[in-house]
Design a protein around this ligand. Structure first.
Ligand SMILES: [Zn+2]
Length: 495
């Protein structure tokens, strides 16, 4: 058997005006052909897939086509979209006869003028492979499952946890594929779309309503006729024509069972809709004071509005402004993504004292530049090595340490992983253990700092990733949608 493998991903935030370019993909590495197997064996979704295939003992040749990943951000450019469309098409055409395709995408990617990038990529695959070659589509569970994806994929699998265990998703996808190829499974799919969205504060699957919903999907899979049950709480910044939460159930040739279980999972999510809206975030000044008063560090201050891992621009200065205004004296770590500021700091040179405007260059709708004075520290260009991440290294562009009062800022050209992994600070010669607080540009992925941190405080900041979904400039999402509009029964608006 020959199985082709494609892995392409980006999560789009429609409220971040900065487009995602090929440069953003290159910073995470665009890899083609056999090099994919060398670089990602044992790592990430590709690694999980390869290990499960190899464990099966079957005689399978993997035909790797392309791997491209960019951190969440604004819509991808037409150039980036066209680049990957061509890689997929030409790669599959050149692959010769293949028996199946593992297609690992995100599910919430939009391009300039294209709402459903993954549906379009799936269409490209089908155009080359025809209707009969099994395609197992792997998605991030924050994806927006569309009618086209359901129609064109043979089976869909999604992440089972938040924070995501992408290796596990690769494994699950491989196991579904092996059942199709070697055990004669005939997948049929039922899909329910819910007119529902929520901010991300209740997105962790280990607690609260999300645990209830995801645990139920796992219980549904205990039935051996069920190949896969996956829930999709769409990330809350995707403003597209088919936006909304969904659930997908794939059974072995039992459509009635799939329909019944999909209804059950949709009903359960709908019954929890008010609980998903519960907010934990505290106002900025209060959060900063809480960190200062904490008996010990390291306190994580989650900048919910400027979550880079949720596609925000990374140029918020709201927490910085509060720290300086309130006269907080404890040492704080904070990233800032701003090429203009990097250029100014580099021009001044290491050791220089500089007064300049920081923040608000990328997303002026949400942030206003703040004038600060600080001292330029270490300057680095090139790759930054990472431990325990879905890839071994990252290019953040030029990165500069900038000390402003008690705040050690890590200012970078590219979003990369922002300051969400301690590895980035350590590489720059900074020991996070010496700090009282660290601002993280994520509202969910606290796992990298967990070994160092004493507590997490969600800060109720504005920004492209803000928890106040009512305050976002929605234009394309189908209405009515809960909680923006009052709806009693999800079926009233079902497609
Ligand atoms: Zn996700």
């Amino acid at each position: 058997m020959r199985i082709a493998l494609i892995h392409i991903g980006q999560e789009t935030n429609d409220f971040n005006p900065v487009p995602t370019t090929l440069r953003d993909y290159e910073s995470f590495g665009i890899v083609e052909g056999a090099a994919i197997l060398e670089k990602f064996r044992g790592i990430g979704e590709i690694g999980g897939f390869l290990d499960a295939i190899s464990r099966s003992g079957h005689d399978i040749e993997i035909v790797p086509i392309v791997r491209g990943w960019a951190v969440a951000g604004g819509r991808i450019t037409r150039e980036a979209y066209g680049f990957f469309e061509q890689k997929i098409r030409l790669g599959l055409q050149a692959a010769g006869k293949i028996d199946a395709l593992a297609l690992q995408l995100h599910g919430a990617c939009a391009a300039e003028g294209i709402d459903d990038v993954e549906g379009a990529q799936l269409e490209t695959c089908r155009a080359v492979l025809g209707p009969d070659v099994p395609i197992v589509l792997g998605l991030d569970h924050h994806g927006n499952v569309t009618r086209r994806m359901v129609a064109l994929a043979t089976a869909i699998v999604g992440h089972r946890t938040q924070p995501h265990d992408v290796y596990d998703t690769g494994r699950v996808g491989a196991e579904v594929m092996l059942r199709i190829l070697y055990e004669g499974a005939r997948p049929v799919t039922a899909w329910r779309k819910l007119p529902l969205l929520s901010h991300q504060e209740q997105f962790l699957t280990a607690q609260g309503p999300m645990k209830v919903w995801f645990d139920r999907a796992r219980a549904v899979e205990a039935d051996s006729r069920v190949l896969q049950a996956s829930n999709y709480p769409m990330q809350p910044w995707l403003d597209v024509a088919e936006a909304g939460w969904s659930t997908v159930v794939v059974t072995d040739n039992d459509q009635a069972l799939a329909e019944k279980l999909a209804d059950e999972l949709a009903d359960l999510a709908w019954s929890l809709r008010a609980e998903f809206q519960k907010k934990d975030a505290v106002p900025i000044d209060e959060a900063v004071r809480m960190a200062e008063r904490a008996p010990r560090g390291l306190v994580v201050l989650s900048d919910t509005g400027d979550t880079v891992f949720g596609g925000s621009s990374g140029d918020s200065n709201l927490i910085l402004e509060a720290i300086l205004r309130l006269g907080v004296s404890c040492p704080v770590l904070m990233p800032l993504i701003e090429p203009e500021t990097v250029a100014a700091l580099v021009a001044a040179g290491q050791g220089a004292t500089v007064t300049l405007d920081v923040g608000g260059h990328a997303a002026p709708r949400f942030f206003t530049p703040l004038t600060v004075t600080g001292k330029v520290g270490r300057i680095h260009r090139g790759m930054v090595p990472l431990q325990n991440y879905q890839q071994p290294e990252i290019d953040m562009g030029c990165t500069v340490v900038f000390q402003v009062g008690p705040v050690t800022m890590l200012v970078s050209e590219l979003r990369g992983v922002a300051g969400n992994l301690p590895d980035v600070y350590e590489f720059m010669g900074i020991d996070p253990r010496q700090y009282k607080a660290a601002v993280l540009k994520t509202a969910s992925n606290f796992q990298y700092f967990a070994p160092l941190s004493s507590q997490v405080i969600r800060v109720d900041t504005t920004g492209p990733g803000q928890s106040d979904v009512f305050g976002l400039p929605w234009s394309r999402i189908p209405r009515p949608v809960y909680p923006l509009d009052p709806i009693d029964d999800w079926r009233h608006t079902a497609p």
